[in-house]
Design a protein around this ligand. Structure first.
Ligand SMILES: C[S@@+](CC[C@H](N)C(=O)[O-])C[C@H]1O[C@@H](n2cnc3c(N)ncnc32)[C@H](O)[C@@H]1O
Ligand code: SF4
Ligand code: SF4
Length: 423
């Protein structure tokens, strides 16, 4: 175990922010709670706000990405996981990523951000991996205020709403801070300031988390996200934030240089390079991890059997291809589930394609993408020859070139809305 220099964290040490950079590894896709200000659905390449990422990485892909980033930016001192969902909605993936990064980059500082609902059971594992910095988002220490911020809180298979959900979250957050501090981990508390909801309550949060030993608080300006219950609440003014931070500082030191980073942010805090690394990120995400042996095939949405040229929801059947010693071979054609079943249609499609590792499509909506990915069937958006797509999937080559169409959609939301109604 080597001794880490924890002063090289630009978020926790303002004097390091000019020369120490951070990279976010977007491996945490899902979330176990729903905050009324959060929208992780749409990635606009020109937008910088928390909760968005141009791609999701698996643990091995994250290491490869980090390797490539470090080659160009050797001043990166921190690898963090900041979503786009929550690191402990899928703790196995988070821990595997942290563990691989620790193995490959022993002196790298490890950092993560979480809502705190499910982190406590993993504190010993985090300490063993020398995770030095953890951020917990605490927006309220009064469950009645919390109930206005959290639409639901899911603990295992049980979903809590209203005050009950807020109470559970608060209880877990408070005990997580204590556990993290007992394990010697530096704890930052993010508090998203929401005018009319918790802006008069921030000092109470500051006092309570300071009492529990948290090291620093980051009062964040809420970004009003379109499509969320808080979309019409304006951002707090800089003057209001100054007053809030001045008051809260009497209880706990304040971080004042937060950049409200994307979940795939890279570089120095005030010189973000995520745009420059977007292709790298998408390319790493497109490289398949060791393909599971129970998924030997690749499905294709095609009109005539030569080109990938159908939207997922428009395909009445899927051509299922395999790789044999003599090259790629069409195995069979399988009918697609009928439209009109809502999200259930995509679960049925995942059953139809259960032995496929990927599906080549011209376009895919967000909901089917999420459902198929959950079943380890990767939707690959592309146009062109089926053979090219098969080559890329089976040989693990770069899929990012095929994704140009999706990327070029820019800020416009999918023509299929949230994706549920496609086809
Ligand atoms: C995207 S989250 C990921 C980590 C984790 N799920 C959490 O909430 O702490 C990272 C940070 O962004 C904050 N955040 C998300 N949406 C925001 C918004 N619309 N405005 C300001 N902060 C936001 C979260 O509260 C959290 O502190
Ligand atoms: S921005 Fe947040 S998650 Fe990323 S390195 Fe800084 S404190 Fe860690
Ligand atoms: S916990 Fe984090 S990722 Fe989940 S909804 Fe809230 S802000 Fe979004």
């Amino acid at each position: 175990m080597i001794t880490l220099d924890i002063s090289r964290h630009p978020c926790f040490n303002a004097t390091a922010k000019g020369h120490c950079g951070r990279v976010h590894l977007p491996v945490a896709k899902e979330c176990n709670i729903k905050c009324n200000y959060c929208n992780r659905k749409y990635d606009c390449v020109n937008e910088s706000r928390p909760g968005i990422s141009s791609a999701i990485l698996g643990p091995e892909q994250a290491v490869q990405y980090l390797q490539n980033v470090l080659r160009k930016l050797p001043n990166i001192t921190v690898a963090g996981i900041a979503g786009p969902g929550d690191a402990f909605a899928n703790p196995e993936k988070t821990l595997e990523t942290l563990s691989l990064v620790r193995q490959h980059f022993p002196s790298m500082l490890l950092c993560l951000a979480t809502n705190g609902l499910n982190v406590e059971p993993y504190v010993p594992a985090l300490a063993a991996l020398q995770v030095s910095h953890v951020t917990i988002t605490v927006n309220a220490v009064d469950p009645d205020i919390g109930a206005k911020i959290y639409r639901w809180v899911r603990d295992g298979k049980v979903v809590y709403r209203g005050r009950k959900g807020a109470e559970l979250l608060l209880k877990r957050q408070m005990s997580a801070i204590v556990a993290l501090k007992s394990a010697g981990i530096t704890v930052k508390v993010n508090t998203v300031v929401i005018p009319g909801i918790n802006d008069q309550h921030v000092c109470e949060v500051a006092a309570r988390v300071a009492e529990l030993g948290a090291d620093i608080q980051n009062c964040m300006i809420m970004h009003p996200n379109a499509g969320t219950p808080f979309e019409d609440i304006p951002e707090p003014s800089h003057e209001d934030m100054k007053i809030i931070r001045f008051q809260a500082e009497k209880m706990i030191p304040q971080m004042k240089h937060c950049a409200r980073c994307r979940a795939d942010a890279v570089g120095l805090l005030d010189q973000d390079c995520s745009e420059e690394f977007r292709d790298e990120l998408v390319s790493c995400a497109g490289k398949f991890q060791s393909a599971p042996s129970d998924k030997p095939y690749v499905a294709v949405a095609t009109l005539e059997g030569v080109l990938v040229n159908l939207h997922l929801g428009h395909a009445h059947e899927f051509h299922v291809w395999g790789k044999t010693d003599s090259g790629f071979q069409l195995i069979e054609k399988r009918p697609a589930p009928e439209p009109g079943l809502g999200a259930e249609r995509w679960t049925r499609l995942a059953e139809v394609l259960h032995d496929c590792r990927a599906v080549l499509v011209e376009n895919v909506g967000d909901t089917p993408r999420a459902v198929l990915s959950e079943h380890n069937i990767i939707p690959v958006e592309m146009t062109g020859l089926i053979e090219m797509g098969l080559e890329a999937v089976y040989n693990g080559s770069n899929l990012s070139a095929f994704k140009a169409r999706r990327k070029n959609k820019g800020c416009s939301r999918s023509a299929c809305g949230d994706g549920t109604g496609c086809g």
